[in-house]
Ligand binder design. Structure first.
Ligand code: COA
Length: 158
């Protein structure tokens, strides 16, 4: 069974992330979405809230699991019996950083392959930070994040 891990902060999940999850779920037998518990990034949502939102928007996908993790990604992947790390590439600007991360993860554990998926061009300009900034200015989040979670984001800026 081919198990892939799709890691990120997902603070919050965007339509760009969801697109990668949907496509990866068609390529791999199982996709484990790994939510990094990264207090250093001063997240808007707790890891539990982020996991719950991803659960909500992926409930139709039977082979998708969601969990949070702390520490190294390769250790999380191992704990899930995954052999593949999936990452989305939005623009060429993502490439250098992702290339470095892929090589580092390979050095940490050569058993893992990082597979890149090109983010759909209609989502290439979205990031979680942009979504938060827009929400802070009461901007319209339609089309940027799954509609089920828009109210949860707005709630944080009340
Ligand atoms: N659609 C929309 N946005 C996307 C996207 C997509 N397909 N892919 C990435 N993004 C956005 C993310 O939302 C994020 O936005 P933000 O910076 O505004 O929050 C940004 O692009 C960067 O994404 P990414 O590089 O995936 O960062 P991340 O913080 O979401 O996740 C980890 C980083 C968790 C993958 C990485 O830090 C990690 O593996 N940490 C564990 C520790 C470890 O093993 N480190 C390596 C060895 S030291």
């Amino acid at each position: 069974m081919r198990i892939a891990v799709y890691p990120g902060s997902f603070d919050p999940i965007t339509n760009g992330h969801l697109d990668i999850i949907q496509r990866a779920s068609r390529v791999y037998d199982k996709v484990v979405v790994g939510v990094l518990n990264n207090a250093a990034k001063n997240p808007l949502f707790t890891p539990e809230e982020r996991v719950s939102m991803i659960h909500q928007v992926t409930k139709e996908l039977d082979n998708v699991e969601v969990d949070s993790f702390t520490g190294l990604l390769v250790d999380f992947a191992k704990s899930k019996n995954a052999t593949v790390i999936v990452k989305g590439l939005r623009t060429v600007a993502d490439f250098e950083y992702e290339f470095q991360m892929a090589l580092l993860n390979k050095a940490l554990n050569p058993e893992y392959e990082t597979m890149f998926m090109m983010t759909d061009s209609k989502y290439s300009y979205i990031s979680s930070s942009m979504v938060k900034e827009l929400a802070g200015f009461k901007g319209d989040l339609t089309g940027l994040v799954p509609c089920e979670i828009i109210s949860k984001i707005k709630q944080k800026y009340k």
